[in-house]
Design a protein around this ligand. Structure first.
Ligand SMILES: [Cu+2]
Length: 159
């Protein structure tokens, strides 16, 4: 009996380690804001090797009072946005959080998000073993008001 318990403990440790870095995050970025703007969105592509679920996201309360995972979709000719508690990440299939679709919504912003800076986002991921993991993401703030507009464009610095 005790041998069996020890074996199970070993197996579950191994599973936890195997899932530790299960979700890969690609090109995370945040839409920059101007003074007085209270909300913005964060975007990225998530790929889980073994299948996982995004169950939440957070940023420092000094940046945004509320952070939620949102879904955006057309309802007739209206664009609707709502908070979703879970976003499935099927094994091996990249899931894009992109403009007009899924996004991480930052609300009650405490200050403008300036292009050239970055913010830290923590993703709560439920892995295939049903364990919640935190995945830390550094998202660059990008100015997206420059598509044909007259605003000054900020060029990224390469290090
Ligand atoms: Cu939203």
């Amino acid at each position: 009996m005790s041998r069996r318990v020890a074996l199970l403990a070993f197996v579950s440790l191994f599973v936890t380690a195997a899932h530790a870095a299960d979700v890969e995050v690609q090109s995370p970025w945040v839409r920059g804001t101007v003074e007085g703007q209270k909300a913005s969105g964060a975007f990225m592509t998530l790929t889980s090797a073994k299948g996982a679920t995004l169950v939440g996201a957070s940023v420092s309360k000094k940046i945004a009072g509320v952070t939620e995972v949102h879904e955006m979709k057309m309802d007739g000719d209206r664009m609707l946005m709502r908070a979703i508690p879970r976003l499935e990440l099927p094994a091996g299939k990249p899931v894009a959080l992109a403009r007009g679709g899924y996004h991480i919504m930052l609300m009650d912003l405490k200050q403008p998000l300036k292009p050239g800076s970055s913010i830290d986002i923590e993703l709560k991921i439920e892995n295939a073993a049903k364990k919640i993991e935190t995945v830390k993401v550094k998202a660059a703030v990008r100015d997206l008001t420059d598509n044909g507009g007259s605003r000054h464009e900020h060029h990224g610095h390469h290090h």
